[in-house]
Write a protein that binds this ligand. Structure first.
Ligand SMILES: *Cc1c(COP(=O)(O)O)cnc(C)c1O
Length: 399
């Protein structure tokens, strides 16, 4: 048996990932040797500037974009905030209506709510039981006041991948800009901003084995957008502040590695995930898999276990050295049931008993075996003591 006190079984890659050694190695010289400010004019600063511009090229290449369409940010949340508020203020004269979905990340939802307080109108589209948005609903919601459609590429909780090609097509047919939060999708879903009809796209380094606090916003050439952060003329005057040079260099190297072999990566991860899902559904009664059965991220498994609470599951798994999540990281702290699961029509009790396991590059078949050994025992124990469990669903006591 592995000694699980040594190394936790980490199955929470949707929350964050470890950083690849190659990424750390690429960053290291920019913390010490090449510390120059990229805006400075002397030759010494040229290395820093070169590092930033090479990373911009790496991000652009990964998305099928041009380097001047990439602006670096301090993460996915900033990119989401910027895309939405930036377009909203730039196009205020044209319209005041934004269309998004009920299952977006809070970086999108709370930004839209803030805009509502300023007088904008926002439509939060529903999703079906698998968490998919109907492009027909997008079309029906568009009015002559609509300026932006924002629909995530893939959901962080249930992994459902949206029909963004169709959604982008609908938006463009009506002359409306299309933003997608692709934070969970980069490295798992092949992205070509032209083929997918994307005008703005958010990404975040720490979700694909890069550094935390780094991200980027893709802005299609010619798109009107206001700055979020005002100050110096960095990022072509669009995003002020001295560049996070090591972080940007790491982001560039990480996206290059993450998109080098998406198909091979997905095949390996999905095989482990599928075995995990089969094992859990086969050994634990009164369990459902949340999210779309097929159109989902290869690393995502999200379950609802009736009669038990997600928080209790997490605590017991943690005692066994397993890192997992219930709902999203934010909702697990607030004890509110996940807005995503509720939007798929799951009743409160089942939304409360949810568990998200998200696999990543360091997971092994041993990790899957270990979770399949521990989880049924954990759920069984919790159901024994849960007042919600009907007598007939209690498993026999194990000595
Ligand atoms: C993690 C995440 C974000 C936020 O990214 P940060 O870099 O942590 O700010 C936004 N959207 C989705 C879908 C995410 O998973």
């Amino acid at each position: 048996m592995n000694d699980k006190d040594q190394r936790p079984v980490y199955m929470d890659h949707a929350a964050t990932t470890f950083m690849r050694p190659e990424v750390l190695a690429a960053m290291a010289p920019y913390f010490s040797r090449y510390f120059g400010n990229p805006s400075s004019l002397y030759r010494f600063a040229r290395e820093s500037r070169k590092g930033v511009e090479e990373a911009r090229m790496q991000v652009a290449t990964a998305l099928g974009a041009e380097p001047e369409e990439i602006s670096f940010t301090a993460g996915g949340s900033e990119a989401d905030n910027w895309a939405i508020t930036g377009v909203a203020s730039a196009l205020r004269k044209k319209g005041d209506h934004i269309i998004t979905t009920a299952i977006e990340h809070h970086a999108v939802l709370h930004t839209c709510e803030a805009l509502e307080k300023q007088g904008y109108r926002v439509t939060y589209l529903p999703v079906d039981g698998d968490g998919r948005v109907d492009p027909g609903d997008v079309r029906d919601a568009i009015t002559d006041r609509t300026i932006l459609v924002s629909v995530m590429t893939a959901n962080n909780e249930i992994g459902t991948v949206q029909p963004i090609t169709e959604i982008g097509r609908v938006a463009h047919a009506h002359g409306v800009l299309f933003h997608t939060d692709a934070v969970q999708a980069v490295g798992a879903v092949p992205i070509d901003v032209d083929a997918l009809g994307i005008d703005l796209l958010s990404l975040s380094g720490h979700k694909f084995y890069g550094p935390k606090g780094t991200g980027a916003l893709y802005i299609r050439r010619g798109t009107r957008i206001e700055s979020l952060i005002h100050g110096g003329g960095q990022e072509r005057g669009r995003r002020a502040g001295t560049e996070n040079v090591p972080g940007i260099v790491g982001l560039g190297r990480a996206i290059e590695l993450a998109t080098a072999d998406i198909e091979g990566h997905n095949r390996r991860i999905a095989a482990m995930r599928d075995r995990l899902v089969r094992g859990v559904l086969g050994s634990i009664p009164d369990t459902r898999l949340n999210g779309h059965p097929k159109q989902r991220l290869p690393n995502n498994a999200n379950f609802s276990f009736r009669y038990v609470e997600g928080e209790s599951i997490l605590l017991l798994l943690d005692a066994h050295g397993i890192c997992a999540s219930t709902g999203s990281a934010c909702s697990s702290a607030s004890l509110e049931p996940s807005h995503v699961l509720l939007a798929t029509g799951l009743p409160h009790e089942e939304a409360h008993g949810s568990l998200r396991l998200t696999l990543g590059d360091a997971n092994t078949e041993d990790d899957v075996d270990y979770v399949l050994e521990v989880l049924p025992e954990v759920i069984g124990r919790l159901r024994q003591i849960s007042p919600l469990t009907p007598a007939c669903a209690r498993m026999p006591e194990v000595e």
